[in-house]
Design a protein around this ligand. Sequence first.
Ligand SMILES: Nc1ncnc2c1ncn2[C@@H]1O[C@H](COP(=O)(O)OP(=O)(O)OP(=O)(O)O)[C@@H](O)[C@H]1O
Length: 388
Amino acid sequence: MAEILIIEDESAIRRVLVKILAEESKNYNVSEAEDGLSGIEMIKEKDYDLVLCDIKMPKMDGVEVLEAIKKIKPDTPVVMISGHGDLETAVNTMRLGAFDYISKPPDLNRLLNTVRNALDRKTLVTENTRLKKKVSKNYEMVGESELITIIKNIIEKVAPTDARVLITGGNGTGKELVAHWLHEKSNRSKAPFIEVNCAAIPGELIESELFGHVKGSFTGANKDRAGKFEAANGGTIFLDEIGDMSLKAQAKVLRALQENKIQRVGSDKDIKVDVRILAATNKDLKKEIEDKKFREDLYHRLAVILINVPSLNDRRDDIPLLVEHFAKKIAQEQGNGAKKFTSDSLKLLKEYDWTGNIRELRNVVERLIILGGDEISKKDVTLFASKQ
Ligand SMILES: Nc1ncnc2c1ncn2[C@@H]1O[C@H](COP(=O)(O)OP(=O)(O)OP(=O)(O)O)[C@@H](O)[C@H]1O
């Protein structure tokens, strides 16, 4: 349901607008205010998806109302309604942040188009803010060590280019996180980020998963289906665990890279795709090449930029920061206040052998929070952080 507020002192115009909008869609819930002051009170009380506001009104004119709305609810689109004498003012309000203006008497098509556009934009802005929040919450890259700073700098430089990136590093070192940020900070960030875990898909299905298939191309292919490459069009595809991909699938990926074209399994029709490729592996691909398990030509195509994510053992300075970060997140998830870690306990955790794995560190933090005292001490760490 879209909540629309009309602020207009002339009741006849209000009636016309309400009628047009109510007849246009059952999803428009239209409210009315007969002057700017009461309009603003209503906006303070409730989130409107769109405000239509007359320019010439007694008490408070439309420009003042617009300025007030931009202060209290900056994301709410405002469409100005202009009479004969104030067309120039209407144009100027766009500079003050009005979404658009319509003239009196309202032209049906123009009014409905403007309303639809403004609501579409509102939906996009809301969605974008929601996603941004989600991204910054789940994908925060914690760390100030020299090695992680180098990685952050590389991401800043490489993300806006279309260069392919091969991300290497041990299990749970943060490879996927790096891939997310490369997408998020690129010009493709509004388009999809599609992740494929090549190790989790059985060899005989990977081609269809990546490139799609046409009906009847194999048993079980009941209808045409697009693959991940098509789904990622305009955006980024992240081929995780690429070292586990079959040689046959590698050949097809190579073609997609060379020609920006794919074919669905069972079809010889080329489909153009515009996809940036990021790949990750914890395998030593040079060795896989020697063992004839990985194509050398594909390696060179993928590894334009190489990012090696260091193991936690190589950036121990980040451990206390990560512990506190996870403690805060776990507390948020459980709705509690975050437990404190004494400096001795942090020092001890810093010395542990983490074999690079941040996931393991998070588990240990969670275990300490559950089993340890009100403040996590060195003794708690000795008792509960061991790996058995
Ligand atoms: N620098 C960091 N700051 C905060 N959290 C991190 C950081 N690096 C990794 N993490 C978190 O650790 C977990 C493991 O990271 P991620 O999945 O990116 O690792 P990976 O190398 O892709 O793992 P795998 O090898 O299993 O695919 C994730 O929950 C991630 O959010």
